[in-house]
Design a protein around this ligand. Structure first.
Ligand code: NAD
Length: 289
């Protein structure tokens, strides 16, 4: 440790080619299309970059156009810009979701959808604004359902009918913490939707979810600085004692780690993963002090 505590700071991780897991899969080819939501930031961006690096034509979508531009810049740095398309879409608008799927399906064979977009709102239930609950429902549960409904016929239309829908759940899809009623509810719901898609997918069209603990995204990293200042502790202490207190690890995951999990689950190596959840949480859910 140095006197000014600089090495205690947690920096947003850069995605490098070395950190991306590449998988052997004949379907991971430019004629096949994956839609990734929430791709202007954090986990969604990393997932879009990982899938593009794995050879898929990836449609990175988000409501945040500036963020999507940054995703394109990052794709160019990684040399995968030819395989990344961006389409702006507000997931609260059905017409925009319909246009997104239509455009993505016109680019190539739509086979994969990864639902990552999400948001948090902290409030006790008695004070929870219902319009906020409705918005979180629309983005985090209704949009994944509607995207699946629209994408499934395209996936089934592929020559071999093989594809998958993947959903970003969370440890909050397994247990809950207080004051996050909407988030907890949508993550549990998303796991129910995942299993429902698997039930109707007949094995060729699969569905799975990924549940991580805290991931180093801008959203989480900004909270670290504020919490450190509020509590008068170092950023490292915030991570180890406050955020990862319940886990068996002292390191948060990086967005690219989550992107790699999605790539693995979508690939032929994940062909028996159907309705299941990749709980990659450093021991959060299944251990107790
Ligand atoms: P983030 O805030 O960095 O990214 C979320 C993205 O969703 C943003 O780019 C935002 O613009 C987009 N979005 C919000 N509303 C939208 C709308 N109406 N239409 C289209 N896009 C919209 O968050 P993140 O940390 O990368 O989290 C992404 C997902 O991962 C979320 O579902 C979150 O619940 C989940 N998750 C995150 C963590 C974590 O520690 N960061 C842990 C577990 C699960």
């Amino acid at each position: 440790m140095v006197a000014d505590g600089t090495d205690e700071r947690i920096d947003p991780p850069e995605i490098t080619t070395d950190a991306i897991m590449t998988l052997d899969d004949p379907r991971f080819a430019p004629e096949n299309v994956a839609i990734v939501t929430g791709a202007a930031s954090g986990i969604g961006r990393a997932t879009a970059l990982v899938l593009a690096a794995n050879g898929l034509t990836t449609v990175a979508t988000d409501v945040d156009e500036d963020g999507l531009e940054e995703t394109t810049t990052k794709a160019a740095e990684l040399g995968v810009e030819d395989r990344l398309e961006t389409i702006r879409c507000d997931l609260t608008d059905d017409a925009e979701i319909e246009a997104l799927v239509e455009e993505a399906a016109a680019i190539g064979q739509l086979r994969y959808v990864v639902n990552v977009a999400g948001m948090q709102y902290i409030s006790p239930i008695e004070e929870f604004p219902m319009e906020r609950f409705d918005l979180i429902y629309q983005v985090m549960l209704r949009a994944p359902m509607y995207l699946s409904k629209l994408a499934l016929p395209h996936i089934r239309n592929a020559e071999d009918g093989v594809g998958a829908i993947a959903n970003m759940a969370s440890v909050h899809g397994h247990y809950v913490t207080r004051d996050k009623a909407a988030y907890n509810t949508m993550k549990f719901g998303l796991r129910g939707l995942t299993q429902s898609i698997a039930a109707e997918g007949d094995g060729d069209v699969r569905a799975f979810s990924v549940s991580s603990g805290y991931v180093k995204t801008p959203l989480v990293l900004n909270q670290i600085e504020d919490t450190a200042q509020e509590r008068g502790i170092t950023e490292r202490e915030v991570v180890e004692n406050v955020m990862l207190g319940q886990a068996r690890t002292s390191e948060m995951m990086e967005p690219v780690d989550v992107g790699n999990l999605f790539a693995f689950g979508l690939s032929q190596h994940g062909k028996h993963l159907n309705g299941g959840d990749l709980l990659w949480d450093g021991g959060y859910v299944n251990t107790y002090e």
